[in-house]
Design a protein around this ligand. Structure first.
Ligand code: 5AD
Ligand code: SF4
Length: 447
C-alpha cells in the first residue's frame, strides 16, 4: 500500500457491542483532531476504519470480504482508500491480516487506538503498521476531548474481563479488567452533558466490577459513580451495561431504589438455565442464585425491566438442559433479550470440548427460545399500555413525520407529532407492538 496524500475524509464502520460504538466515536474524534473530516452520507471516504467484532460467527471472513468490497469500489472510482482494521478481530488476528490483505495499511487493537493518528501519518508515507499492544498507559488520557454528542451518550468506565467464560474471546481480545479513574469519568461525563447528552450509559464488559476512589479518597463501587453523576443537574438519565451476576453488590442493588435518575432497567446475562451447562461455561452462578438476585432488584424497584443474553447449543447441551433455559425465561419474564447460537471461538476452552451441537439442532432451539422471549417482550409492552412516562427522543422514524425515542424501560416509542432530537417528552403509551410502542405527547420540555 502506498498512499501519498493525507486522507481528507474518513468513515468508521463499527460492528458488535456498544463499546465498539464508543471506541468508533472516539477514533472519529481523533481523526477529526488531525483535520480529517467525516465523509458525507453516501460518499466514499479516503480512510475507512473497520471497527470489528470477534465475538461470534465468521467475524474474520466478514472482515476480508468487507476489505475486498472497499478495494473494488475504490478501483472502480480510480481511488485507493486507506483501510484500517480496528477492534477485536484486529487484536486476535494482527499480523495475519497484514499478510492476507495487502490493501490494509493499519491494524490497531482496542487498547492501542489512541495511536491511530500517528499510524495514519506513517501509512501516508507508505509504512504499514500493526499495533495490538495492551499498554498500561492511559489510552483515554491521550484521546482528544469530546465535542458534539447524541442525547443518549456512551461512556466507557471499565474495560476487559477476568471471568474467562469458556466460550468467550473477550478476555483475550480486550485483556484484563481495568477501571478508569473516578475523577476522569466525572470530568468526561460533565463534558458529555455540556456537549448535549441528557442520558449516559456507563459501559464495561463487566461494568459492575468497576471500582474507584472518590474525591475523599474512599474506595467506591459503581453505585458511588452513579450517585456522583446523578448530581449533574442537566443529566437526566443514567444506565449501565453489561453486568455479571457475581459482581453484583448490595450497594448497587440498593442504588436502584434510591437514585431516580438511574433508569429501571437491568441487563444481566444468564446464558443458560441449566446448572450443568453454567458450570461447563465457567459462569460460577446457578439458575437459582441468578433468580434470587433478580428478586432483590424487584424488591427495591418493582417496575424494573430485565434483559439478558442467552447462548443455545453450548457443547453437550441436551434437550432437557435447553428446556431449563426456557424455564428460566418464563420465570424471569424478560422485557428484552439477546440470544445467540453457540459459536466456537479459536483459542477458547469450549471450542475443544466434545459434543459440539449440530447446526440444525441449534437453529431449532434458537427459534423456540426467540419465540418465548418475543412473547415476554410483547407482554411487557402490553403491560405498559396506559402508562405515562418520559421519552427521550433519539432520532427520526422511517415514516415521514415520525419520531423515535426511548422509555425509561428502554422500549422504543414512536410518535407522529413534530419533535426534535434531544426532546424529553412526557408521553402516554397508547399502543403496544411486539418490539415497540406508540406514544402520545402530553407536553414537551424544550431541549
Ligand atoms: N458464541 C455465542 N455467543 C457468544 N457470546 C459470547 N461468546 C459467544 C460465543 N462464543 C454472547 C454471550 C454474551 C454476548 C455478548 O455474546 O451471550 O453475553
Ligand atoms: Fe465474556 Fe464471560 Fe467476560 Fe462476559 S463475563 S465478557 S461472557 S468472559
Amino acid at each position: 500500500m502506498k498512499t501519498s496524500d493525507t486522507p481528507r475524509t474518513y468513515k468508521v464502520k463499527s460492528f458488535g457491542c456498544q463499546m465498539n460504538v464508543y471506541d468508533g466515536e472516539r477514533m472519529g474524534e481523533l481523526l477529526e483532531a488531525k483535520g480529517i473530516k467525516p465523509a458525507a452520507e453516501g460518499e466514499d471516504a479516503d480512510l475507512v476504519v473497520l471497527n470489528t467484532c470477534h465475538i461470534r460467527e465468521k467475524a474474520t471472513e466478514k472482515v476480508y470480504s468487507d476489505i475486498g468490497r472497499i478495494v473494488k469500489a475504490g478501483n472502480k472510482a480510480g481511488r485507493d482508500p486507506m483501510i484500517a482494521v480496528a477492534g477485536c478481530v484486529a487484536q486476535a488476528e494482527g499480523e495475519e491480516i497484514m499478510k492476507r490483505a495487502p490493501a490494509v495499511g493499519i491494524v490497531v487493537g482496542p487498547q492501542a487506538y489512541h495511536r491511530l493518528g500517528d499510524m495514519v501519518t506513517k501509512a501516508v508515507a507508505g509504512e504499514r503498521g500493526t499495533d495490538t499492544d495492551m499498554p498500561e498507559d492511559a489510552k483515554f488520557a491521550a484521546l482528544p476531548r469530546r465535542r458534539k454528542v447524541a442525547p443518549s451518550a456512551f461512556l466507557t468506565v471499565q474495560e476487559g474481563c477476568d471471568k474467562f467464560c469458556t466460550y468467550c474471546v473477550v478476555p483475550y481480545t480486550r485483556g484484563a479488567e481495568i477501571s478508569r479513574p473516578y475523577t476522569d469519568l466525572v470530568e468526561e461525563a460533565k463534558r458529555l452533558v455540556d456537549a448535549g447528552a441528557r442520558e449516559i450509559t456507563l459501559l464495561g464488559q463487566n461494568v459492575n466490577a468497576w471500582r474507584g476512589e472518590d474525591t475523599a479518597g474512599h474506595s467506591v463501587g459503581l453505585e458511588g459513580l452513579v450517585k456522583e453523576l446523578a448530581n449533574l443537574p442537566d443529566l437526566e438519565r443514567i444506565r449501565y451495561t453489561t453486568s455479571h451476576p457475581n459482581d453484583m453488590t448490595d450497594e448497587l442493588i440498593a442504588a436502584h431504589g434510591e437514585i431516580d435518575k438511574l433508569m429501571p432497567y437491568l441487563h444481566l446475562p444468564v446464558q443458560s438455565g441449566s446448572d450443568r451447562v453454567l458450570k461447563a461455561m465457567n459462569r460460577s452462578h446457578t439458575a437459582q442464585s441468578y433468580l434470587r438476585l433478580l428478586d432483590r432488584f424487584r424488591e427495591v424497584r418493582p417496575d424494573i425491566a430485565l434483559s439478558g443474553d442467552f447462548i443455545v447449543g453450548f457443547p453437550g447441551e441436551t434437550e432437557a438442559e435447553f428446556a431449563e433455559t426456557l424455564h428460566i425465561v418464563d420465570a424471569v419474564r424478560y422485557a428484552a433479550a439477546f440470544s445467540f447460537k453457540y459459536s466456537p471461538r479459536p483459542g477458547t476452552p469450549a471450542a475443544n470440548m466434545d459434543d459440539q451441537i449440530a447446526p440444525e439442532v441449534m437453529d431449532e432451539r434458537l427459534q423456540r427460545l426467540q419465540t418465548a422471549l418475543g412473547r415476554h417482550q410483547h407482554a411487557f409492552n402490553q403491560a405498559s399500555l396506559g402508562k405515562t412516562c418520559d421519552v427521550l427522543i433519539e432520532r427520526k422514524g422511517r415514516k415521514p413525520g415520525q419520531w423515535l425515542g426511548k422509555s425509561p424501560w428502554l422500549q422504543s416509542v414512536f410518535f407522529d407529532s413534530e419533535l426534535k432530537i434531544g426532546d424529553m417528552v412526557r408521553a402516554e403509551l397508547v399502543q403496544a407492538g411486539p418490539s415497540s410502542l406508540q406514544g402520545r405527547v402530553l407536553d414537551s420540555v424544550p431541549a
